[in-house]
Structures are given as C-alpha cells and as structure tokens.
Design a binder for this molecule. Structure first.
Ligand code: SAM
Ligand code: SF4
Ligand code: SF4
Length: 386
C-alpha cells in the first residue's frame, strides 16, 4: 500500500503512539475546492461506504474476534479522551459524504455500548448528500442490548440493523460468544428490531468448521420466510489474535451445497455495486425466486476475494482511517481535526489518502500458498469494526 506523504502510520492497537503533529500535511495536500472530480483510488474504485467504529470495547468474547486470553481485564482499551466525539465523527462524515460516501455503518466493538449512541445517530441522520438525500444509515450489533434499544435507535433515525448470531443452539452460541450469553436474548432483540421497523434486517453468522457448521441448516430454517436475510460469513484471518487456520474455514460453496440438500436455490443479482454477499433465493414450485421465502447470502471473503470493487473505508474509534480490513496501518484524521484544520483541509486529506489506495489483501491471499494468512501485522477487527 502506498503511503501518502507525511502521514503518520498507526500500528496495532496495543502500540498506539501518542500525538504527532500532522498540521503541515493538510496544507501541503492538493486542495481542490469546488468542482472536485469523482474520487477514485489507484485501482479505479470509488469511495461509497464508511464504516465507523464507535468503541473498541465489547461485552462478548467471540474467539474469532476478541479471544478472552488476549482481551482480558489488562487489555489497554482506549481512554475516553482518545475517542472521537460525536461532533468530530459527524464533521468528518460530512466531508466523506461530500466525497461520495452514501452508506454509513456504525460498528465496533459493540456499538450499543457507546453511551448515548442515539445522539450520534440523530446527527448522522440529519446529514444530506449533495443531491439532498439522506444517507443509508445502518449499524451492526451482537444484539445483546437490542431488545432494550431498538425503538430508541429507530426514533433517532437509524434505518436498518445487522445482527450477528452464530447459531440457534444455546450451548453452541454461549460457547462462541464465550461469555455465556443466551441465544434467546439475541432473538428477542431481533424481534424488537423488526417490530421497530429497523429492516430489512440482516443476520450474520460466522461459520467456523468444527464449531458451528451444524447450525447452518437450523439457522436457515428459522429465518426462511421471516423477511430477515441470513448471511453466512467465511471465518477470516483478520487481526493477529484469533489463531486463524484455513482448516477452520468452511468455504461458502460448501455452505450453499449443504443448503441445497434441503431447498433448491437460485443465484440472484447483486442488489448494489460493491455488495459483499452473493445472494441466493429460495424458489417456488415453478423454479422462480420465491419472494415470500426470501433469500440467503454468502460472504466468501477467503475463498473468493471481492477486492476488485471494494468501496469501503473504515474509521477507527480514535479517528484513524483504514483503507482495508486487513491493513496494519491507518491515517491520523483525529490530529487534523483537533489541530483546527479547516473543512477544505480535511477534504484534501481524505482525497489524497483514497487516491493512493491500492489495498487488495484478500485478492493477494489467493495468490499465496493454500492456507496462508495474509502477511504482515494486521489491525484487530474489534478496533476498526467489521
Ligand atoms: N459487535 C458487533 C457484532 O458482532 O455484530 C459489531 C462488530 S463485529 C467486529 C462486526 C462483524 O464482524 C460481526 O458480524 C462479526 O461476526 C464479524 N467478524 C468478526 N471477526 C470475524 C472473523 N474473524 N471472520 C469473519 N467475521 C468476523
Ligand atoms: Fe464483540 Fe462483535 Fe467481536 Fe463478537 S464479533 S467479540 S460481538 S465485536
Ligand atoms: Fe476491501 Fe481489503 Fe476486504 Fe479486499 S480485503 S474487499 S480491499 S477490505
């Protein structure tokens, strides 16, 4: 990945350096003012999606994301002062929207742990695109607090939620979240989200071979015909702490084959450019997509890289901009914000960083010997958000 001149590099979460001034950077960058051209990276990919991590903390300890042994009580979580404030997030988001971002996903850590998250949602919901339209505003959650918060989130202006749920069997689920959290409470959260109108809801299930693949069919049976889109995610080699092994990845093709033992499925078109999931529809008696029965998705991050049209940037809890889920470094926008940079300087920084982006880590992985994780030290998913 090329490094824009003078930007400081942010290493892994537990080695974050203290403040380094980058005030000079913004003024050296190309300030283009009005009439900016559409923003594309070095591979011709536009910037459409911004994932914003609002906390690096979580009440779960999913072994594939925040294993207990690493994320224990001595783990150095960010102090409050390091977090971007809601005003800082909103100001930055406004600049991203001016550069083409149309979809915002709040994530973490567990985003519902961030105090007064509804206030941030209301601020983001009030933003408009240059065409005067609202943003597509969504949030990914483990669902543990959703039953309590769904209505307030909706009232604040959140449009949709994605809920992570790795199985229906209580013992399997408690084992995967590793804090003995019951599945019934997450299901209650999904019901509350549906009742509040936070749909269409997506449910994400990370499939780990040898751990929860026996939950694939029960999950599909449970959500079929509910209007909820279940998506199976390949277990990824994100971060440096989950002890990822290729042997624990169940390829999406196997997931689809398994589902087809129970239901015929038909491949559906991508709903939008840059979509991560391949969509499969249940079919009716005539072999046509059955809208009532709905669809499932598979996200093949390991076996079928989709870097070619990756339009996603990630903003960490402390305001570092990451250009890829597998990146080991980020670009410090918080210092620019806190040093009093003007909007034009923030815009110039965002454009400069994106224009030099060439990340395609998943595509790179497929060129490595079978079973190799991507090389280099990678940032944790709980730090930049999924
Ligand atoms: N705590 C929230 C949640 O779990 O939905 C939001 C943050 S979480 C990091 C975002 C998504 O990343 C979740 O759907 C989670 O299952 C997924 N995820 C985390 N680690 C993963 C891994 N190693 N492979 C695949 N997906 C992963
Ligand atoms: Fe927490 Fe989400 Fe990571 Fe699980 S996947 S540990 S719920 S941040
Ligand atoms: Fe995008 Fe990086 Fe994932 Fe490729 S590996 S799809 S560039 S986030």
């Amino acid at each position: 990945m090329a490094t824009p001149r003078n930007f400081r590099i942010i290493p892994l979460a537990d080695e974050r350096p203290r403040k380094v001034s980058v005030a000079s950077v913004a003024s050296e960058l190309r300030t283009t003012g009005a009439g900016l051209t559409a923003l594309q990276d070095a591979q011709g990919r536009t910037l459409r999606d911004l994932r914003i991590s609002v906390t690096d903390r979580c009440n779960f300890r999913c072994s594939y994301c925040m294993p207990k042994e690493v994320f224990d009580k001595d783990h150095p979580y960010l102090p409050q002062s390091a977090l971007l404030s809601f005003e800082e997030i909103t100001r930055l988001t406004r600049q991203f929207v001016a550069q083409g971002v149309r979809k915002i996903r709040l994530t973490g850590g567990e985003p519902l742990l961030r105090k007064n998250i509804e206030v941030l949602i209301a601020q983001l919901a009030a933003l408009r695109t240059p065409e005067g339209l609202p943003l597509d505003l969504t949030l990914t959650t483990n669902g543990s607090m959703l039953a309590k918060k769904a209505q307030a989130l909706k009232d604040a202006g959140l449009q949709r939620v994605t809920v992570s749920l790795d199985g229906l069997d209580d013992a399997v689920f408690r084992n995967m979240n590793d804090v003995d959290f019951p599945v019934a409470e997450v299901l209650r959260g999904i019901d509350a989200a549906q009742a509040a109108g936070l749909g269409p809801i997506k449910v994400n299930m990370v499939v780990k071979r040898g751990t929860n693949e026996q939950q694939i069919l029960p999950m599909a049976r449970h959500f079929k015909g509910t209007g909820i889109v279940l998506r199976f995610i390949e277990y990824m080699d994100v971060g440096a702490t989950n002890g990822w092994r290729m042997a624990e990845v169940l390829p999406s093709a196997d997931v689809v084959r398994l589902l087809q033992t129970e239901w015929p499925l038909v491949a559906l078109e991508h709903a939008s450019a840059g979509e991560t999931a391949q969509r499969w529809g249940y079919v009716d008696a005539n072999g046509q997509p059955d809208k009532q029965a709905g669809e499932i998705g598979v996200i093949s991050s390991v076996t079928q890289a989709f870097c070619g049209d990756c339009t996603r940037a990630r903003l960490s809890t402390e305001g570092q901009l990451y250009l890829c889920l597998f990146a080991s470094r980020g670009y410090d926008l918080r210092t620019l914000l806190r040093d009093g940079s003007a909007d034009a300087q923030l815009t110039a920084a965002i454009r400069n960083i994106w224009e030099q982006r060439s990340d395609q880590y998943s595509a790179l992985r497929s060129t490595l010997p079978h079973g190799s994780p991507t090389p280099g030290r990678r940032v944790e998913m709980s730090y930049i958000g999924g």
